[in-house]
Write a protein that binds this ligand. Structure first.
Ligand code: ADP
Ligand code: MG
Length: 340
């Protein structure tokens, strides 16, 4: 075969292989876009585990009419303009791939209105060239993205979908992870027209506790130790399961500058801090690390599940010390309690 450029739809479908694994990954990309757009409320409607419909509505800044077609094309992003931006990224998005990828493997419509516009517009890309059609629509400020018939044109992917219930569980789990890090946002999640989750915005300590309880369970929330530590531009905040909690928790969430990541570093630090107190099991935790974005590389993996710290030893030791200090306060408390 002679060398040829791939048609846009096919190129996007190939890219979709990396980021659009299942309905939950679509939800993740779209909700992250809503948060990047400054939304304070995000409503998620799912039909049939997401294989029929995924609809995300937000009240963010919206997309101007003349940028709708660009938003759907690959390598188009409003979040990064230079290598300097990429090295100090604070937004979830920066690859400019999600909307293009999703619209190449599903019927995606994007409806949006900015505060400056008096009308809303809807965009839809189709065909091998992914030509974009734009029509007038009715919509309040913000955006709605409808993703219908996911993988209808990529049967191999579609066959890998599990039952509606399993796919919905993945979506629900993923939403928990973002809802616990973003207590300021109002989220709702419906499945087949039924409201399944409602996370109301939390402003007070009690409301924060409630959200923690909704996600990690009441016992975790009631007994959790608070972690709060700052040093030299690093900050660690969050909750640690009490070492006296005998419930095995599968809640372990670690965020770096608001992004949920998998990282062995934090697991290791948690385990070590607990082992020093004679606790051998792996406790649950919700920990948020914030640091200068120049100190961490988020562009390691297309789905952005991993990061690389420039000074990983230093970060590990900081986390360990923050946990040791949270734990020692509690151990002091317990040892000073009169025996009953
Ligand atoms: P990225 O998030 O990496 O920039 P996407 O394909 O996810 O790439 O989105 C492309 C662009 O479309 C974004 O940079 C943003 O400008 C715009 N966009 C996408 N979703 C929304 C939304 N919900 N609200 C406002 N703008 C959006
Ligand atoms: Mg994005």
């Amino acid at each position: 075969m002679a060398i040829q450029l791939l048609p846009p739809q096919l190129a996007n479908q190939i890219a979709a292989g990396e980021v659009v694994e299942r309905p939950a990954s679509v939800v993740k990309e779209l909700v992250e876009n809503s948060l990047d757009a400054g939304a304070t409320r995000v409503d998620i409607d799912i039909d049939k585990g997401g294989s029929k419909l995924i609809r995300i509505r937000d009240n963010g800044v919206g997309i101007p009419k003349d940028e709708l077609a660009l938003a759907l094309s690959r390598h188009a992003t409003s979040k990064v303009h230079s290598l300097d931006d990429l090295e100090a990224i604070m937004s979830f998005g920066f690859r400019g791939e999600a909307l293009a990828s999703i619209s190449s493997v599903a019927r995606l419509t994007l409806t949006s209105k900015t505060v400056e516009q008096t009308e809303a517009w809807q965009a839809f890309a189709e065909g091998s060239q992914m030509d974009v059609k734009i029509t007038p629509a009715a919509h309040p400020q913000g955006s709605t993205i409808d993703v219908v018939d996911l993988f209808f044109n990529t049967p191999a992917r579609r066959r890998f979908l599990k039952s509606d219930k399993t796919e919905f569980t993945h979506i629900d789990e993923w939403l928990k992870r973002i809802a616990i890090a973003r207590c300021d946002i109002h989220f709702t999640l419906t499945h087949n027209g039924k409201l399944v989750r409602q996370y109301r915005p939390a402003n007070t300590d009690i409301q924060h506790q409630q959200r923690l309880g909704q996600i990690c369970g009441r016992q975790f929330a009631e007994n959790a130790l608070t972690v709060s530590c700052e040093h030299d531009g690093l900050s660690l905040r969050g909750y640690l399961q009490s070492p006296f909690d005998n419930v095995i928790s599968d809640s372990s969430y670690f965020y770096v500058n608001g992004r949920l990541v998998r990282d062995r570093l934090v697991n290791h630090a948690v385990r070590q801090a607990f082992a020093e107190q004679g606790v051998e099991h792996q406790p649950g935790y919700v920990l948020m690390l914030d640091l200068d974005p120049h100190q961490v590389d988020v562009n390691v993996h297309p789905a952005k599940h991993e990061v690389r710290f420039h000074q990983s030893r230093y970060v590990h030791d900081f986390i360990l010390q923050a946990l040791q200090s949270a734990l020692s306060q509690m151990v002091d408390l317990v040892s000073h309690q009169p025996a009953s």
